[in-house]
Ligand binder design. Structure first.
Ligand code: THG
Length: 265
């Protein structure tokens, strides 16, 4: 599974403070720690409270680029912030994210091509989040069609079926698993699938248990990537074990160690 570290997000108080004070050390520390823990890419989100989101994104990406060349998932809803983030990240970035309505796809699919980036498309449109798996697949199909039409290889499209807190909407985790299975049938090569995993447990009292259980279920359904707390060792152990049981890694008695060694490259 392609693990995208979630921690460089202004939603976290320490990150918001570092952005505000323009103190790069906490950000660079989180970049290093997450990569060491197995992140293959880093999500970068200035957070809801940033006074100047464009300046904050510029500063964040530059600070991270001083310590790593790892792919960055530029996490913003503002097209001008996205563009600047992609420019500073370089090729191989991830656009996080576009919604599934045509006007957004018309902006972000060409942007993905221009910046040699992958594109996360959420299964949300002008009508909001669909109530079931079929609604999610329909929006995913729109994103796949836009990619094909404009020439973005369909395996650079990552469909995010949008997981919500289980304590708010209990049928959603099941719908999302069904959507993950069905979007694989939309094209050849199929789009990738991704989730912001920690959403599932927001506001609950058993966050780690819920995160790790749902991660394993989503992996079994065919999820390719996830934005996760890679610093949660038990979560990563569950991820590695699920990959082994899916026959995506060769068994060895010390498979956790072997996986981590090979991930460290
Ligand atoms: N899909 C895509 N991108 C996303 C999401 C998604 N990006 C943002 C988010 N969802 C994924 N990242 C997080 C990061 C943190 C948390 C949840 C998802 C989280 N934060 C604590 C909380 O809200 O309780 C913050 C606690 C603290 O302040 O310490 O849970 O779905 N494409």
């Amino acid at each position: 599974m392609y693990a995208i570290g979630e921690r460089i997000n202004g939603m976290f108080r320490a990150v918001a403070a570092a952005i505000k004070e323009q103190n790069p050390e906490p950000i660079q520390g989180l970049a290093r720690e997450q990569l060491k823990a197995g992140a293959q890419a880093l999500d970068v989100n200035v957070g809801p409270a940033a006074a100047e989101p464009l300046a904050a994104m510029e500063w964040l990406v530059k600070a991270i680029r001083e310590v790593t060349d790892a792919p960055l998932a530029i996490d913003t809803t503002k097209p001008e912030v996205m563009r600047r983030g992609l420019e500073l990240s370089g090729p191989g970035a991830i656009i996080n994210s576009a919604k599934g309505q045509q006007e957004q796809l018309d902006v972000y699919v060409p942007m993905a091509i221009e910046y040699e980036a992958s594109l996360i498309a959420l299964t949300i449109d002008e009508n909001g989040i669909p109530r079931d798996a079929n609604g999610r697949s329909e929006i995913a199909l729109r994103a796949v069609a836009a990619a094909m039409e404009k020439g973005l290889p369909t395996d650079r499209l990552m469909i995010d079926a949008v997981i919500l807190p289980v304590n708010v909407t209990q049928p959603t985790p099941g719908h999302v698993l069904e959507a993950i299975r069905s979007v694989k049938l939309l094209s050849d090569p199929p789009p990738k699938t991704v989730l912001g995993l920690s959403n599932v447990s927001q506001g609950t009292t058993q966050r780690e248990l819920i995160n790790r259980t749902y991660l394993v279920m989503a992996l079994a359904a065919g999820m390719d990537a996830a934005i996760v707390d890679v610093l949660d060792t038990e979560l990563m152990d569950a991820m590695i074990t699920a990959e082994l049981l899916m026959n995506r890694a060769v068994y060895a008695d010390d498979f956790l160690k072997a996986y981590r060694a090979s991930a460290a490259g």
